[in-house]
Structures are given as structure tokens and as C-alpha cells.
Design a protein around this ligand. Structure first.
Ligand code: NAP
Length: 314
């Protein structure tokens, strides 16, 4: 007979792994699906300094490895598969994946969010050839080169500081004249000798054929366009893009309620409005998207899923 899991958790970032830990520990038959890399966004983060208890050697990948180990220790299964579609109505939910069909009594949606692009010419063609969305993954390639960082939030400033460990100069380009990032982070970046700032400006076009050689930017106040080119001795430079994230809600938008920016609206119990379907982590409408809130969401969603599944049996 076809297996029906108690819960399918879609996504293996901190929200999904925490949900997996809580669900498996509550003796629910649990499977966690992951599309490509385990750990979601923090797998590309060098330092996780604000998750309580994660100090010293706790990089994103080490924290993820521990979360995975802990979820598996209690019996959560994991599967690398891309979800192609959902059928979330009814008591038995179906998830169609690249590796076949899975069924469960409850679902926790923890697919997170993906980086927003600049959407300028050459961005896609030069991704991996000088354009990057992950400092931990790629900063080292720009050792002794010049780098431009786009964005004005916590991510842009923190990652820019990390990139200065490798690059000879980092220029942060922000579309307004005021940062969205926390004051403490801005102050730290301002003290970094390798960082320069360009305000009220944004990308128009990335320049280069095989590799990034420069970028054309526009000043939104004066309308003036300027080319920032790689040092002629280097010939190439880096462009890091940290301009926010887009929630991964395309496959569920016809089922669950979304806010105006595409995040899933839940109540405090992580319920989406469809019985047995919960959402956790960055995919939810919330005020603070951090590892600590993602793991908390995952725990709450799993406990509620357990209650829901128990009630079905009685
Ligand atoms: P964010 O806070 O949404 O900031 C995105 C930045 O990109 C903003 O400065 C925004 O400009 C800019 N932007 C958006 N669309 C743009 C576009 N099309 N072109 C150019 N610029 C654009 O995103 P985030 O920095 O990735 O942070 C996401 C969440 O994670 C936040 O809640 C943040 O606090 C949290 N986080 C926390 C930490 C930490 O506490 N250590 C570290 C990283 C992230 P405007 O300012 O003009 O809107």
C-alpha cells in the first residue's frame, strides 16, 4: 500500500529542519524535501552571530549540518527532489515531485525565499562569471580585485564587510541615500577602510562578454550615468547583488492566502487556512526573518501538525 506520511515538510532551511526535528521527535512519520542545497539561505552565510548559542565556529554550513544531524537522529527522512505541484485540499495531501508522488496527512511549507535580481542586461549571462548572490560561495574568487555590492539592507552591508577579507576594494551602491540596515551594522561598515559608498544610484547594465569588466550605473537624482570599470591591471571585477528576496510561493499561490508581496499569511499557529497545511520560516508574512524566528516557526508548525494529525485519527 502507498505510504501516507504524517507530515511532508517542503524545504530544508532552518524552518524545515526544525519542523523535522519536532515532528520526528513527536513520533510522526516525517519526510523533509529539499530542492538543491540543504540549509537554505544560511548555507551561504559565513557567520551566524545572532542565533543564541551559535558562537565561535558556528558558520552557516556547520549550523545546518548540526540541524540535519539532529532531525535525522529522531528519525526524519530526507529526500532531494523538486516539488512540481501540490494538491493540498482533502484529508490526504499529494505532493508531485521530480522523484514521484508523495502523500501525507499534513504539510509544512518551508520553501523560504530566493534572491531578487537586479534585472539589468547581462545579469543572467554573467552570473557565475563575476555576478554573484552569495558571498560565502564566491568572495574568494575576487581576492585582490574590486567588487561592487548592490543593496542597502543588513545582508548587503554584512556581506560587503565579509567580501573585504578578500577584495582590495568594495563599493556599496544603494538606490536611496539612507540604509535600511541596522545602525550598528552601518556604523561597522562605515569604519571599514576598504568600503566606499555610492548613494541614490542603481545598475543600468553589466559590462562584459566572457566575464564582468564593469558596470553602468545611474544616479537617480541627477539622471547621470557612469561606468565603473575594473582596474585595467585586473581586467575583471565582481558584482554582488543583495537586494532582498522573493518568497517561493508560486506553486501554492492558488491554495493559500498571500500578502501583497507574495508571502504566505498564517495565524500564530502557522496555519494557512487550509486544514492540515502550515507554513514556517521566511516564506511567511512576518516582521523578522532570522534563523531564530524560522526555527521557532518550524517548531510551532510541527506541534500544530501533530495535533491536527492526532485529531484525524480520533
Ligand atoms: P532587505 O532588508 O529587504 O533589503 C533589501 C535592500 O535592497 C534594501 O536596501 C532595498 O532598498 C534594496 N532593493 C530592493 N529592491 C531593489 C532593486 N530592485 N534594486 C536595487 N535595490 C533594491 O533584505 P536583506 O538585507 O536581504 O535582509 C532580509 C532580512 O534578513 C531582513 O529582515 C534583515 O534584517 C535580515 N537580516 C538580518 C541580519 C542580521 O541581523 N545580522 C543579516 C542579514 C539579513 P530600499 O532600502 O530602498 O528599499
Amino acid at each position: 500500500m502507498e505510504k501516507i506520511y504524517d507530515v511532508i515538510i517542503v524545504g530544508s532551511g532552518p524552518a524545515g529542519l526544525s519542523a523535522g526535528l519536532y515532528a520526528a521527535r513527536a513520533k510522526m512519520s516525517t519526510i523533509i524535501l529539499e530542492k538543491d542545497k540543504t540549509g537554505g539561505q544560511i548555507s551561504g552565510t559565513e557567520e551566524v552571530a545572532n542565533y543564541p548559542g551559535s558562537i565561535r565556529e558556528a558558520t552557516g554550513p556547520t549550523l545546518v549540518a548540526r540541524m540535519v544531524e539532529q532531525a535525522e537522529l529522531f528519525g526524519a527522512e530526507r529526500m532531494k527532489a523538486e516539488v512540481l505541484s501540490f494538491d493540498l485540499e482533502g484529508q490526504v495531501k499529494t505532493v508531485i515531485t521530480s522523484k514521484g508522488e508523495l502523500k501525507a496527512k499534513s504539510i509544512i511549507l518551508a520553501m523560504g525565499a530566493r534572491p531578487r535580481l537586479l534585472n539589468v542586461p547581462n545579469e543572467k549571462a554573467l552570473t557565475g562569471k563575476g555576478v554573484s548572490y552569495c558571498a560565502t560561495c564566491d568572495a574568494e574568487f575576487f581576492t585582490d580585485l574590486e567588487v561592487c555590492v548592490f543593496g542597502g539592507g543588513d545582508t548587503a552591508l554584512e556581506e560587503a564587510m565579509f567580501i573585504t577579507k578578500f577584495a582590495k576594494k568594495v563599493t556599496i551602491i544603494h538606490r536611496r541615500d539612507e540604509f535600511r540596515a541596522a545602525k550598528s551594522i552601518v556604523e561597522k561598515a562605515e569604519k571599514n577602510d576598504k568600503i566606499e559608498f555610492i548613494f541614490n544610484s542603481g545598475a543600468k547594465k553589466i559590462i562584459g562578454e566572457e566575464m564582468v569588466r564593469g558596470i553602468e550605473i545611474e544616479n537617480y537624482v541627477t539622471g547621470e550615468t557612469t561606468e565603473i570599470m575594473a582596474d585595467p591591471n585586473d581586467g575583471l571585477m565582481g558584482i554582488f547583488v543583495f537586494v532582498g528576496y522573493i518568497p517561493e510561493t508560486e506553486l501554492v499561490k492558488s491554495f493559500v492566502k498571500l500578502d501583497e508581496t507574495g508571502y504566505i499569511i498564517t495565524d500564530e499557529q502557522m496555519q494557512t487556512g487550509i486544514p492540515g497545511v502550515f507554513a514556517a520560516g521566511d516564506i511567511r508574512k512576518k516582521t523578522l526573518r532570522q534563523v531564530v524566528t524560522a526555527t521557532a516557526d518550524g517548531a510551532i508548525a510541527a506541534v500544530q501538525a501533530e495535533k491536527y494529525v492526532d485529531a484525524l485519527a480520533n
